[in-house]
Design a protein. Sequence first.
Length: 150
Amino acid sequence: MNTVLKTNRSGTKQVLFLDSQNNYRSRFAEEYFNSYAIRYGLKLIASSRGVSRQLEGEERSITNYTLDELKKRGLYPLQGHRNAKLLKQAELANYDYIIAMDAEEMQPQMQKYYPGLSSDIIYWNVKNSKEANPSKELEKLTQLLDNMLV
């Protein structure tokens, strides 16, 4: 699915990337997106969150694999030091776009923990590393992000 950011509203657009754990796909998307936006002076900023309740009270950082993949692309994380963050209901109003990494994985969690929001979410098809080849999935994610940012 191609996601096009509408630019008819003034000000910086806020994008939120979601996955379960917030240490792999959504973090890659956040760092890639923000690096591109800064490099080209775009009025865009991304954040990322996880929705799995396993994140509560747990300190989980971005994966080394994700850091390596960003570096292969010449990108150095702006927020690489921070731990994974759990999505809070109160912060949802801050975002112009909410993108979940995988519909099959994320829709049930979104309906359970954030009822009523599911229809406002853009769902992509980027599988987690346990289900698919991580390299291929990050390449797919890179293509989606590039299409979005062009």
